[in-house]
Structure formats: C-alpha cells, structure tokens
Write a protein that binds this ligand. Sequence first.
Ligand code: HPA
Length: 234
Amino acid sequence: MSTHIVAQTGAIAEAVLLPGDPLRAKFIAETFLEQAVQYNAVRNMFGYTGLYKGKKVSVQGTGMGIPSISIYANELFRDYQVKRAIRIGTAGALQENIRLRDLVIATAASTDSGANKVRFGGRDFAPAASFPLLKTAFDAAVAKGYQPKVGTVISSDMFYAEDPEEWKLWAKFGCLAVEMETAELYTLAAKYRREALALLTISDSLVSHETTSAEERQTAFTRMMEVALETAIS
Ligand code: HPA
C-alpha cells in the first residue's frame, strides 16, 4: 500500500502500462487482459493487473501533467518495484512530417517544467528512454506494419501557453511533439534504475491545426496499446 495506490504487495506486475486517462486503463484491462483484477480505485485513478499472452501486466492511470504522473511513477517504482513502465498517451505534432495518428516513440524529453529545476538545483538533467524498451517497441511497431517516428518530445506544464508561438522554439530544435508527462517518467526511471518508454499517438497538430475525431483517436490508440503490450511482455 502507498499513499495514492492501495494495492497488496505483489498485486502489481513488473511491467506497467501508464495511460493518462484512468478510463483508458479500464478499457485496456477489459479489451486486452485476461483475468484482470482492479487493484486501485483511489481518486478513481484505476489500476488493473491481468494476463497478456499469459504474462502478467498491469495498467495504471496517471492523470495529466508532471505532478500527477510523478506521484504514480514514484509509488510504482519505490513501493511496488515496477521494472518496466510504458507511458501511452497523446501528443501534439510540432513538425510538418508528423501526421495525425502517427505513432511517436520518445527517445528523450525536454521540458519547461519546474520539477527538474528544483530537483537538480538549477542544473540540467537529460531524461532519456530505455534503449532496450525503445528497440523492442520499434521492432514490434514495424512488425505490425506501422511506421513509428522516433525522436525527442517536449513535456510542457502548459497545455494553454501564454505565448501561442512558444512551441516553435522546441520545433526549431527538432522536437517531434508536445505532451505533458514523459520528462518526469524518464527522470524517475533513471533515479530508481528502472526502464521507461513513452509511446505517443498524435491527436492534433500545432503546425496544421488539424485534430483527430474521437473515433480516430480510439483506433490509433488501440494500435499503440498493442505495441505497448508486446513491449511490456518482451
Ligand atoms: N499539448 C500538450 N499536450 C498534448 C497536446 C498538446 O497540444 N496534444 C495532446 N497532448
């Protein structure tokens, strides 16, 4: 048991999928896992453990933004000895060649968040993906016929930025997409010596101002879940 996750020791698998939306956690458990058991409902941040192709996998909602994922990732790594954490989320495209519904695999995450400024006393840390997870996810995606885009993302604290042009700075430095959690997940995985990866589906584009419909998001998200589950059990 930990402050925000009420689960028995051993109730959470070594590999955990981390969607931001707890209802996505429920959907994954109901759609893909056998013998799924809900281990957490505190704050409706649902967590489930079940079997995927006979192997134990958990899926835990994290909420949106760095402070929220920080709470869940800290507790999963520290109190439940989670070894592999795979974020599955949506992101906004920052480059013209990153299209709606594309799968982006985040090699590393820049951030405008205050979290690492506080944690490292103003020094910079480079939050990076686990290479074994990244390679496995890339290969699994290609085997399924997808063409994942691999590169850096920006984890922003501001969904509604004061300066609507601010994203262009990150785009200029090659960031593929903007989301709100990966920098913290990668930082905590480094601290606890665990493996982490973020798989992101492009839900909107800051370049073209296009957005996906709810149905398109669901289809693209389902593809990403299959890649994440294959990676989790590898
Ligand atoms: N900004 C931040 N997070 C996001 C976005 C965005 O435009 N789209 C999906 N997640």
